[in-house]
Design a protein around this ligand. Structure first.
Ligand code: GLA
Length: 390
C-alpha cells in the first residue's frame, strides 16, 4: 500500500467511524537496534535506527473532554475521559495513549478531546517498538489539539514514564527516544545517560533486513525485569570497590574483570555482557563509516553469542533464525533486536543480494520450525511528527 492508498483507506474508515473527515494526521516510526541490547537502562550506548514501518493517527478535535480511539489493526474502541483517566483492560493497546495523556496532564499540559483512528505497519509485540510509536504519535496529536509544544526528548521521557508507571513495564528510554528523534537515512549512536545522539551513516552497499521469527514470545515482561535487577545487583556489588560508579556504563572491562570472580556467577555473566555490549556500540560507530565489514561481522556475532550465553535472552526460534540468516547469500551479519526472547532479528545484507537472501532465509527457517517468517527490508525514516501530504 502506498501513501495515497493508505490515506484514502484511513479517511474512508474515519468517516464511517466518526461521521466526518480527519483534520490532522501524524506518524511515528518503530525502531530497530543494531547494537546495544539492554544497555539503555544501564545508562550506556545504543546504535539505533528508525524503521520505515510506522504508526499513523488521523484525528479530529472534539468539543468535549473525550478521546475516542479506534484502530484499523485490532478490533475494539476505547474512549478516554480526560477528567478521569483509568486503564482499559478490554482494549489494552489504548493504555499506551491513556498513559501518555495521564503523564502529560500531571505535568500541567492542557489536553483536549479528539477522535482518533490508528493504523500501523509495525508488527506488534515483536521487538520493533510498536508501543513507543503509538505513544509518540499520540503525544504529537495531544500537542496539536491542545496547542502546546514539547521538546522531542522531553516527549520521549514522558512516553517512557507512561510506559513505566501507567502500563507498568520498566523499560529504558531507547524506544521512545528513537521514535521521537530518529533521522531519515541514518542510524543514531544514542547515549542513554545524557540523552544525546550522533548520526551514523551506513554504507548504501548494505541493506538492513528484519527477520521476524513470528514465534510466540513468552516471559518478556518478567524476564526483562529480572535482567534489570541482576544488572542493578552487579552495580551494588561493584560499588564496594568503585564507589564512584552509578551504572554499569561506568565500569571498564578491566575494573569488572578484577572482581568478576568474587561476584555471584549469574550476576557476573549479566554484567560482562552489558559492559562488552556497550563497547561494541562504540566500536560499531567507528566501523560503519569505514564500511569495515570484517569488524561489523565480528561485533554482530559477538553480540548474538553474548545475548544467548551471557545475558540469556535467546530462544529456540532465534537460534533457528540466526542459522538461516548466516546460511543465506549476501549476509554480512545478524543479531537479536529489541528485548530478545524471540521476536525480530536484524541482519545486514549486501544490497544487491537482498532478494536471494530473503528467499533463502524464509525457506531455511520454515523448514526448521514450520513457521513462515516475515522478512522485509527497512530503512531509517524521520522521527515522529505531523504528516504533510503536500
Ligand atoms: C525493550 C525496551 C528498551 C530496551 C530494549 C533492550 O525494547 O523497551 O528500553 O531495554 O528492550 O535493549
Amino acid at each position: 500500500m502506498n501513501i495515497d492508498e493508505r490515506k484514502t483507506l484511513i479517511s474512508k474508515q474515519f468517516q464511517q467511524a466518526f461521521g466526518a473527515l480527519p483534520e490532522l494526521w501524524v506518524r511515528a516510526p518503530g525502531r530497530v537496534d543494531l547494537m546495544g541490547s539492554h544497555t539503555d537502562y544501564n545508562m550506556g550506548y545504543v546504535m539505533t535506527m528508525t524503521v520505515n514501518q510506522d504508526t499513523w493517527i488521523a484525528a479530529r478535535h472534539r468539543p468535549d473532554r473525550q478521546v475516542c480511539l479506534r484502530s484499523l489493526n485490532i478490533d475494539g474502541q476505547s474512549c478516554i475521559d480526560l477528567d478521569n483517566i483509568s486503564h482499559d483492560k478490554d482494549v489494552p493497546w489504548s493504555n499506551y495513549v491513556r498513559g501518555v495523556a495521564k503523564v502529560l496532564q500531571e505535568k500541567g499540559y492542557a489536553l483536549q478531546g479528539f477522535d482518533g483512528l490508528i493504523h500501523s505497519t509495525i508488527p506488534f509485540g515483536s521487538g520493533l517498538s510498536s508501543s513507543a510509536a503509538l505513544e509518540m504519535a499520540s503525544a504529537i496529536v495531544f500537542q496539536q489539539v491542545g496547542g502546546f509544544r514539547l521538546d522531542p526528548v522531553q516527549m520521549a521521557l514522558h512516553g517512557q514514564e507512561a510506559e513505566n508507571k501507567f502500563v507498568g513495564v520498566s523499560t529504558g528510554i531507547l524506544d521512545q527516544y528513537s521514535s521521537a528523534m530518529g533521522k531519515e537515512g541514518c542510524a543514531l549512536k544514542l547515549d542513554c545517560r545524557y540523552l544525546v545522539s550522533e548520526n551514523v551513516q551506513i554504507s548504501s552497499e548494505l541493506q538492513v533486513v528484519i527477520c521476524d521469527t513470528r514465534a510466540e514470545r513468552n516471559l518478556v515482561g518478567s524476564e526483562y525485569d529480572d535482567r534489570r535487577k541482576q544488572c542493578e545487583r552487579g552495580v551494588r556489588f561493584l560499588q564496594q570497590f568503585y564507589p564512584e560508579i552509578s551504572a554499569l556504563r561506568d565500569v571498564s572491562l578491566d575494573q569488572f574483570s578484577a572482581h568478576a570472580g568474587e561476584m555471584p556467577e549469574l550476576v557476573a555473566r549479566r554484567c560482562r555482557f552489558i559492559i562488552e555490549e556497550n563497547q561494541r556500540v562504540l566500536d560499531l560507530a567507528e566501523a560503519f563509516p569505514r564500511n569495515d565489514l570484517a569488524t561489523i561481522e565480528k561485533l554482530f556475532s559477538a553480540s548474538y553469542a553474548g545475548a544467548r550465553d551471557l545475558f540469556e535472552i535467546g530462544a529456540p526460534s532465534m537460534e533457528a533464525m540466526i542459522s538461516a540468516i548466516l546460511n543465506s547469500p549476501g549476509i554480512v551479519s545478524g543479531r537479536q533486536a529489541g528485548a530478545g526472547f524471540g521476536g525480530c532479528m536484524v541482519s545486514l545484507v549486501k544490497a544487491d543480494q537482498v532478494e536471494a537472501f530473503s528467499q533463502q532465509v524464509h525457506k531455511l527457517y520454515q523448514e526448521k520450525t514450520g513457521i513462515a517468517p516475515r522478512i522485509f527490508s527497512t530503512s531509517a525514516s524521520a522521527g515522529a511528527g505531523l504528516l504533510n501530504f503536500g
